[in-house]
Design a protein around this ligand. Structure first.
Ligand code: NAD
Length: 343
């Protein structure tokens, strides 16, 4: 595969990256992927067994904060593109322990973009042509925009107003990427996506917690009054958006990705309980909804997020393939098989 371009993908033992890698390898035969992941508690190589033996895929365990390692990877594999997923991603953990979020999301992103810049752009003149347009794609979140009231949508022009240490660290990383475009002319793009759901998400997140606790007949914890609204997107639709922006997005631009699927947390839990009640009825309860337990709200809990994805739709022709009703059924089926539950 010597003629193939090699892309460095970071954090792909996690939820979104491990959905992205098989999708991308299958769709394109002209790329090799090198996956750099520290395998923190959030990374799991079982998410990528289907790629293990693919000659166009290589896994490296390591930290994006390790500069020497990054320099080695860029030159050893002649990296010609980066898609940067690696991050600390769980808001609750960022409230308990913000330091590691600053380290990985801010310092790690700086390291990665700076090593890429030096490898691609500080080359002798003759080599420059080949590298100058190498793409750096930074994966970010809609949480950088803060919270919405009952109406309105986040667009790419919405001012940043992050409220949690997680969103502040992601906002900072977005700004660092922006500066490498403005100052050094790097070919970076940023995507800010809404909440993802689908296979391979870590147990700690809302939807896997609802499914697992229901099946184990444990209380299903819901923050506050359950009326916080998120805009849910099926993970493969996010991956397809990333693919489009990586290939066709304009240098220095930001694209919002969102499913136009606003749901309160209470609606999410009710939908999942109703599906499980039909598919796999509880032996002790008339409905899994009886397990719903309201718990003290998360500090600084943003009330509503909703994305306006018009730019991505109209400029690059993106459209979500799943709506929430179809996506959630696929997701539940995946977790039922992970937990070894059969009818
Ligand atoms: P995740 O927590 O499931 O996975 C993160 C991965 O990064 C893990 O495999 C972990 O081992 C790895 N990692 C952590 N620190 C690292 C380090 N220092 N060096 C190398 N690897 C490291 O996260 P996810 O949900 O897959 O999110 C991926 C990206 O997408 C993140 O940047 C996140 O901010 C962004 N995002 C997520 C969502 C969502 O709903 N999950 C929505 C929008 C944006």
């Amino acid at each position: 595969n010597n003629k193939n371009q090699t892309i460095l993908v970071t954090g792909c033992a996690g939820f979104i990256g491990s959905n992205f890698v098989p999708y991308f390898l299958e769709k394109y035969s002209n790329y090799n992927l090198v996956n750099l992941d520290l395998l923190t508690y959030a990374g799991d190589l079982n998410n990528l067994v289907e790629c293990e033996n693919n000659p166009r895929y290589k896994f490296i365990k390591g930290d994006i904060c390790n500069r020497e390692l990054l320099e080695f990877i860029f030159s050893e594999y002649d990296i010609k593109g980066v898609i940067h997923f690696a991050a600390e991603s769980h808001v609750d953990n960022s409230i308990k322990n913000p330091g590691v979020f600053i380290q990985t999301n801010v310092n790690g992103t700086y390291n990665l973009v700076d090593v890429a810049y030096k490898y691609w752009m500080e080359k002798p003149f003759l080599y420059k042509e080949e590298y100058i347009n190498c793409r750096f794609h930074h994966i970010s979140t809609d949480e950088v925009y803060g919270t919405l009231g009952e109406t309105g949508l986040f667009t790419e022009k919405t001012p940043y107003a992050p409220n949690s240490p997680y969103s502040a660290s992601k906002a900072s990383s977005d700004m660092i990427i922006r500066s490498y475009v403005e100052t050094f002319g790097m070919n970076c793009v940023i995507t800010n996506c809404s909440n993802n759901y689908g296979p391979k998400q870590h147990n700690e997140k809302l939807i896997p917690t609802i499914i697992r606790n229901a099946l184990n007949e444990n209380p299903i914890p819901i923050y506050g009054d359950g009326k916080n609204i998120r805009d849910w997107l099926y993970v493969l639709d996010h991956c397809k958006g990333i693919d489009l922006v990586y290939h066709n997005g304009n240098k220095g631009e930001t694209y919002n990705i969102g499913g136009r699927n606003e749901r309160t947390n209470l609606q999410i839990v009710n939908t999942i309980c109703e599906i499980l009640d039909k598919e796999f009825p509880s032996k002790n309860k008339s409905s899994y909804k009886e397990l719903i337990t309201f718990v003290e709200d998360r500090a600084g809990h943003d009330r509503r997020y909703a994305i306006d994805a018009t730019k991505l739709e109209s400029e690059l022709g993106w459209k979500a393939d799943e709506n929430f009703d179809t996506g959630i059924v696929k997701t539940i089926e995946w977790y039922l098989s992970k937990y070894g539950v059969c009818k």
